[in-house]
Design a protein around this ligand. Structure first.
Ligand code: OGA
Ligand code: NI
Length: 368
């Protein structure tokens, strides 16, 4: 089969248009096979009396900025356990101005509520994915997710294609907002990269250096999940692990939807006000030789409320090799579980195939 990477395999349908058309039944294309539907796989309260209480760890990360050594060490311990056991945590007291976060997200909401003609100007293609999109992957006939998005390269500034950044009316004079948000996420990313290095027993800059130092990359996906008349048959975003380094998600705190896999259960994240949800991506799983986990997650939709989230992806430079860190392997006396590969090569898979659980990082595992 030859794959055309230049164009989408079928005409693009905006999920928002479907949602607003007033249909009672969703088109066949969005109906997931029964095993993937949200209600069948959900966390079952019967597993333990407390399972409705299960949530991803909530961690006060202000200890990372503390001069008090024991507080700093305790915070590292909490982050380390979360990255091993869950691959996810909610960071509170993260130092990012929450007014700015909320304002940026609401500006994206306004964008998605513009008239369709105004948004279509930014329609994206599978070449770079930048702009307004409604599918991931280019496989003809694939089942699609109930969501639209806007994807932007944010860092370094030289990769910003300002033609793709939304202009008037909602972004009039507010492009800076996304730029400021990006700057804050980069700062947070740097801090967490130092923390993760220390957790792995490496020098503070080790992970950042492995990402290409100052030449790491970052991008934003603003996700828009419109109301869905049959939320039990579909997903806003199918199960996937994030291919990059680390992700910072600012969710819609009023509308639950994100689910994280924990063993055989899907745990619905209960968001804490003003938290940033942090998760480990495939590249840090590879660098840490599987010690830190990139865990699959997915998004449910609902019939009552739309949902807007901002996912910021903190990634390695595209063309350097990512492989289990030698010093870490030596220290722990481990054999490398993954072969080396550049991030550019790696992400082609998800760009062609769309979200597919954790199949990619696992399929690259070295046999032993
Ligand atoms: C993502 C993602 C979750 C959400 O964009 O990769 O997992 O809640 N988003 O929108
Ligand atoms: Ni994700």
């Amino acid at each position: 089969m030859t794959l055309n990477l230049q164009t989408w395999p079928e005409p693009i349908v905006r999920v928002q248009s479907l949602s607003e058309s007033g249909i009672f039944k969703i088109p066949e294309t969005y109906i997931k096979p029964p095993s993937q539907r949200p209600s069948l796989n959900q966390s079952k309260p019967s597993i333990s009396p407390d399972s409705t209480q299960i949530n991803i760890p909530v961690i006060d990360i202000s200890g990372l900025f503390s001069a008090e050594a024991s507080r700093h060490a305790d915070t590292l311990d909490l982050i380390g356990s979360a990255c091993r056991d869950w691959g996810f945590f909610q960071a509170v007291n993260h130092g990012v101005p929450v007014e700015m976060l909320r304002h940026t997200r609401e500006t994206w909401r306004e964008f998605f509520h513009l008239r369709m003609e105004e948004k279509q100007v930014y329609a994206n293609s599978p070449v770079t994915y930048e702009g307004y999109g409604s599918r991931l992957g280019i496989e003809k006939g694939a089942k699609l997710d109930w969501g639209d998005y806007f994807f932007l390269n944010c860092f370094p500034e030289s990769v910003r294609d300002m033609e793709k950044w939304p202009r008037d009316p909602v972004f009039c004079n507010r492009k800076e907002l996304t730029a400021e948000y990006s700057q804050e996420m980069v700062k947070l990313g740097g801090r967490l990269m130092r923390a993760l290095s220390l957790i792995l027993g490496l020098r503070e800059n080790h992970l950042q250096d492995a990402f290409g130092g100052e030449d790491f990359t970052a991008c934003l996906r603003a996700n828009f999940y419109p109301k869905c008349p049959q939320p039990d048959l579909t997903l806003g975003l199918s199960s996937h692990s994030d291919p990059g380094g680390m992700t910072f998600l600012y969710p819609d705190e009023n509308v639950p939807g994100l689910q994280v896999r924990q063993g055989e259960m899907w745990v619905t994240v209960e968001t804490v006000p003003n938290a940033i949800i942090v998760n480990i991506g495939d590249q840090i799983q590879v660098l840490s030789n599987g010690k830190m986990k990139s865990v699959d997650h997915r998004v449910m939709v609902n019939s009552e409320k739309e949902r807007v989230s901002m996912a910021y992806f903190y990634n390695p430079k595209g063309d350097i090799f990512i492989e289990p860190i030698k010093e870490f392997l030596a220290k722990e006396k481990l054999k490398p579980l993954y072969p080396r590969m550049t991030y550019n090569e790696y992400r082609l898979f998800i760009r062609m195939n769309g979200p597919r659980g954790k199949s990619q990082v696992e399929s690259h595992k070295s046999p032993n």
